[in-house]
Design a binder for this molecule. Structure first.
Ligand SMILES: *Cc1c(COP(=O)(O)O)cnc(C)c1O
Length: 368
């Protein structure tokens, strides 16, 4: 059986270092907001070249905290609009609605699955304050045109970088392209903790200080609360684990790229549409390898019969979820078609060449 994602095997790669890190934290007697967090934050700054990084409890909180900080700064207020791709994972949208802001859902490009940058401008109103960009599936979503829009309308660009840590656009890392970014270290992400974790990166001193304080009960000085904050901190033990694993992120992303290249070159089944790789600067670090097919149910069953586990990212778009009844009437044909047709093949740094070859063979043997 080829697992979609073998987390046990992934963490076994780093087993000794993870044990040393765990023991160090256990013996330190200090479990929150300490040396491990500082050291990991420094490493994330080195990776992204962002001036600040703030460890938080998870990826959703990272995005919630950025928006909340912009509200505290007076840059936006309840009722203001934030542009977000309609086909993102629901967390991006939740971060907006949790802050009483209004998500303006915009269709993706059918080629990249990322926000269609040509559609943004027609959705901008006097209430638009930010674009929440998502580097979906690990592919960078960025262009010069976007920077021009940001300047023209004085918008903030917030990156949802849950899926594309380590990716670059013209030598600039995701997490350092926009005004601020949220990262997730959910175990299945390219940089995964052994539990929940997240981070915010930014070059804005004021924003960084607000995020740090709001995530810690709205307090900079113990027992003095400037804001109605929340409790969203990255544990020392998770920071220590992440500090081990972040050293391998580029190497592990490179292995993902090798696997994606093998799939791209060798899966030759006319019933399947492989990811389209634009010949430009938008790097892809392959958090997910997502194909499209009109025969998804049958293909998934065929792969399962042949010992290959696949997943669907995602079966239901945010605007069709029960949680968003107020948006259920909206129509996003491209987004809905994507959700009907996508299937994610196994991809991870621990997939062997033999396993990749088997996936290719089974994919090529599939017929209807
Ligand atoms: C995983 C993910 C999140 C949320 O991260 P958590 O750590 O699970 O809260 C947000 N946005 C996207 C695109 C994600 O994939």
């Amino acid at each position: 059986m080829i697992k979609f994602l073998d987390l046990e095997k992934i963490n076994a790669l780093h087993q000794n270092a993870l044990k040393v890190a765990a023991e160090r934290v256990i013996n330190s007697g200090w479990y929150l907001m300490g040396k491990e967090l500082n050291a990991f934050e420094e490493k994330l700054c080195t990776l992204t070249k962002a001036k600040h990084s703030i460890g938080v409890a998870n990826g959703l909180d990272a995005l919630r905290l950025v928006l909340r900080a912009y509200i505290e700064m007076g840059f936006m207020q309840a009722g203001d609009e934030v542009i977000v791709p309609a086909n993102t994972y629901i967390a991006s949208v939740l971060a907006i609605t949790d802050n009483y802001l209004v998500p303006v859902l915009v269709e993706p490009s059918p080629d990249t699955f990322n926000l269609d940058l040509d559609l943004i401008e027609r959705h901008i109103t006097e209430k638009t304050k930010a674009i929440l960009l998502v580097h979906l599936y690990g592919r960078v979503c960025w262009s010069e045109q976007l920077v021009a829009l940001k300047d023209k309308y004085k918008l903030k660009i917030i990156e949802d970088n849950a899926q594309a840590i380590g990716a670059q656009w013209q030598g600039v890392a995701t997490g350092n392209l926009g005004d601020a970014a949220g990262f997730s270290f959910y175990p299945g992400k390219n940089l995964g903790a052994l539990g929940d974790g997240g981070a915010v990166t930014t070059n804005d001193d004021n924003l960084a200080s607000l995020v740090r304080s709001i995530g810690n009960y709205g307090s900079k000085v113990k027992y003095q609360n400037e804001f109605k904050g929340l409790n969203s901190r990255l544990d020392e033990i998770q920071a220590a684990f992440l500090g081990v694993k972040i050293d391998y992120i580029n190497q592990e992303n490179n292995r993902r790229k090798e696997i994606a290249n093998l799939y791209q070159r060798n899966i030759l089944n006319p019933l399947v549409q492989l990811p389209i790789i634009p010949n430009d600067q938008r790097e892809h670090v392959w958090h997910l390898y997502v194909i499209k097919t009109k025969h998804r149910e049958r293909l998934q069953a065929y792969l399962t019969e042949n010992g290959i586990q696949t997943l669907i990212h995602y079966p239901i778009p945010p605007h069709k979820q029960l949680a968003y009844k107020e948006y259920n009437h909206l129509s996003f044909p491209l987004t809905e078609a994507i959700h009907e047709e996508v299937l994610s093949l196994p991809i991870s740094p621990v997939l062997t060449d033999a396993e990749v070859e088997l996936v290719i063979e089974v994919m090529n043997n599939f017929g209807v």
